[in-house]
Ligand binder design. Sequence first.
Ligand code: ZN
Length: 657
Amino acid sequence: MRNLWSESEAAKIANDDLALRVYSSRLLGQEEDLVLHGGGNTSVKSTSTNIFGETSDVLYVKGSGWDLKTIEKAGFPPLELHTVKRLAEQETLSDTEMVKQLRLALLDPFSPNPSIEAILHGIIPYKHVDHTHADAIVVLTNTKDGDKVVQEVFPDFIILPYVMPGFVLAQQVQKALTNCDVSKYKGIILKSHGIFTFADDAKESYDMMIEAVTRAENYIKDNRKSEREIKEASAEDYLSLAQIRKSISTIRGSAVLVNSNFSPEACGYASRKDVGEIATQGPLTPDHSIRTKRAPAILGKEPEKDIQEFVENYKAYFEKNKHKQEGLQCLDPSPNFAIWKNKGILSFGSSLKDSGIIADIARHTAEATQDAKALGAWNALGEDDLFDIEYWELEQAKLSKGGNKKPLQGKVALVTGSAAGIGLACARELQQQGACVIGMDLSPKVLESMCEADFQGVVGNVTIEQDLRNAVHMAIDLYGGLDIVVANAGIFTAGSHIEALEDNTWDKTMSINLTSQQRLLKICIPYLKEGIEPTFLFVGSRNVAAPGAGASAYSVSKAGITQLARVAALELAPSGIRVNVIHPDAVFDTELWTDEVLERSAKRYNMTVQEYKTKNLLKTEITSADVANATAALVGPIFLKTTGAQFPVDGGNDRVI
Ligand code: ZN
């Protein structure tokens, strides 16, 4: 484990206890093998002066909801130290009462809740306390003869058996501290949980953490009997992946995203003969189970069956253990991650953030369990203790802070022609409403306009089938499936009567506006069949119902896709796929319509630009945002019962009506 301490950085803040605490906490937080997604916590004991000029002893401890990697001073709620110490002397303290009492001890009422380990931090008689769930430490405590190994490697640490975090753990540590001479020890090792180091000096406490973890890492390196397995994954099975996503989403009753890890490391793990045994023993540290559940599903040749079996087992696990607390409700019984045999690791979440956190935990778990196995065995904490954590109200509270779900949360969309204009506006609106969006465009500009984790552009030509396939595969690769397609790409070549219309203009228009849309639909159908509330929306035109002279190719191509949509609605209804058409008209806020073009067009009608822009029944201007809003509504829950329909977004047109 690298020691990241910089004397020059630390010297700048040497006289500021809290700044130093922030500094070394962040050093710990940036090492994933030490601290992963909110795991671990740190504290510093200092003094604070109130408005009356009175000084008192304060414990600054990591606040709930903060991550050590990015923590700031505001992430350390200040507590009255003597109150915290008195709480440790209570005979019993329920979780709810502990949270309440800690809030009462806050010196700043606007602080976040202090860590559930605040009392433990308070009773350790040193200024700086560092706590991590370091992978290597847990590998040692959870391997074969773990007790013996830890005693041997850490004679200078107090070693304690696993107990539930929170007040019970604080009491256990209190007892251990009173029964020994603390000054002889560098820290505490908590089996199946993690490690504490402490010192009056920030650097010393940090150094001891790094030194202890390095010691554990070296032990693993020197004593392992085999290496982690590595294997190149075979070609991706997109359809099976979409089917797995659908199974999980159906059980949950809401769309999930899949984070797929097909790296050689993940594939190597998933190809191990003993993966079914080591992967299902239990998580690395108990707090992971609130994200990952106790174990992943193991998917073989029939993933759907395996998922069903996982669900049955989960329900049985709940039934067996629910007596432990009153009024427990079974959580969603679907797996939060899965080992797909010979392929890799899949993590499921309703947002990219959630599935990403689970994927990180799953990756570390795969590495650590292999390391423990290489030392002899991986023995995770028992089901009994894990159930207590998984259903612990304090942990559940962390998850429920997620807030309200957006209408398209967990959905995956593909929008063509999305580098600018209506396509980009539609893609952005779908993203705003919670969907992950792939945008395809001929223009490389799409890579700039769409370059966020949940909003990705890909360059492609809609008339080339392989390009269409690539975009669809990208959606499945990045997000696990495909639910929404907005076929927006198209061209408009006007100004030529049929007699004078160039053949290649006609052919090109048909190819881009009609044939490529049919190809896109055809390619998407197998995946949409595995989608969640799947829907395909064609972008038509007012010209379908009210054509104009000089635009035969455009009008015919748009009429063609309208008819295609009607037939598709009939054919795809049995598969639950909705197919509709949106007919926008006179959207002038796109790059196509420069001021110059607008003026020229207005003049042709003997109108001012403003009159020209609003020449509809409602006398209103139609914007890309209007089309985008209507699109998001049409593909979303509001129109769940509508298929084969055509929607104008044109301000009202007497010829259409
Ligand atoms: Zn902990």
